[in-house]
Design a protein around this ligand. Structure first.
Ligand SMILES: C[S@@+](CC[C@H](N)C(=O)[O-])C[C@H]1O[C@@H](n2cnc3c(N)ncnc32)[C@H](O)[C@@H]1O
Length: 313
């Protein structure tokens, strides 16, 4: 296939992908008559990093570009008694001892049939793992019919080593046996194979966001200071579809923030021209050039060639 033909094939693919992503994964701010306005973005192929998100019109500094609901979210284990198990909102009653507490009936309904997750959670706690918790949560959502088993297939996967794959096989078996012990119907678990587990985890490892809620009150400020002392300031982790298509820049023009729960808000940090790529920063941009390159290479497998890195700033 010629380069041009391949490109137009991709263009068609991305046009369809763009429409389905916009329709299915994001909720957008509405105007006063409650007509949802489409976000000013389009998904296109970049020259350097697969897909990326581009401005479809001029966007002003501070503008809310779009919001997005997570495909899957899970609280940090150290926060499991203090935030909603579904949406990661802080709970008014911070003394819950239940491993699944909810902020409202709608969130509770997303976890109707419960299993005993103590062994799986303990395994993750001992190994210092956070992403298998997202796979567990996704499997629950698939079983309950809230999402399809292939919801994350559209995301870029990490290339896994054979060591990682054999560890994942053990985790997949532990996950499956927890469902079996809790009498989940076996037909509903047919999707839960070692391959499914490894494929989902490979995508989560590249695309998960660590959720830190914006400080809303003096009380939040105190609890966040306490969490920092305990080395855990994130309320949890989540994976989104559309936000996962934003590429990285060490001097980004947009950022993602969370105000009260795991719903992501994507905002412009400065004026952006039509056609400009929208890029977020995956890491702490205050680190020096060498540390940024090392972390991006180890965590995401790429060498950053953003203007800041090219000038070794
Ligand atoms: C979260 S995904 C971003 C969307 C991705 N481009 C896609 O097509 O799905 C992260 C991956 O995009 C690529 N990427 C993102 N920012 C990049 C950059 N500044 N330079 C090179 N590759 C980048 C890397 O392969 C990285 O692992």
């Amino acid at each position: 296939m010629s380069r041009l033909a391949r490109r137009s094939c991709w263009s068609l693919h991305f046009k369809n992908l763009h429409h389905s992503l916009i329709k299915t994964t994001s909720s957008f701010s509405t105007d006063s008559t409650h007509h949802p306005s489409p976000p000013p973005i389009r998904v296109e192929l970049t020259e350097y990093a697969g897909r990326g998100v581009f401005a479809s019109r001029r966007i002003g500094a501070g503008e809310l570009i779009h919001t997005a609901k997570p495909a899957v979210a899970h609280p940090s284990l150290s926060m499991i008694h203090t935030v909603c198990y579904s949406c990661l909102r802080k709970l008014p009653n911070r003394h819950s001892t239940d491993d699944m507490s909810f902020c409202c009936i709608q969130c509770e309904q997303l976890s109707k049939k419960k299993a005993d997750w103590s062994s799986f959670n303990e395994y993750c706690r001992l190994q210092g793992l956070k992403y298998p918790l997202l796979v567990k949560r996704l499997a629950c959502q698939v079983i309950s019919g809230a999402v399809t088993y292939d919801i994350l297939d559209v995301l870029q996967p990490e290339i896994l080593s054979s060591d990682q794959i054999s560890r994942m096989k053990k985790e997949a078996a532990l996950l499956r046996s927890t469902f079996e012990d809790s009498d989940f119907e076996s037909e509903k678990m047919a999707f839960l194979t070692e391959e499914w587990y490894a494929g989902v985890l490979a995508r989560i490892r590249i695309n998960a966001f660590r959720i830190e809620l914006a400080i809303g009150s003096y009380e939040d400020l105190l609890s966040s200071a306490a969490a920092l002392v305990e080395a855990e300031s994130a309320v949890g982790n989540a994976v989104y579809v559309l936000p996962s298509l934003y590429n990285h820049d060490c001097d980004p023009n947009v950022n993602i923030l969370w105000i009260e729960n795991a719903d992501a808000k994507i905002k412009a940090l400065r004026d952006i021209e039509e056609g400009e790529e929208l890029r977020i920063c995956y890491i702490d941009a205050s680190m020096d050039y060498g540390a940024r390159q090392r972390i991006l290479h180890q965590g995401f497998g790429f060498q950053c060639n953003c203007p800041r890195c090219v000038s070794k700033d």
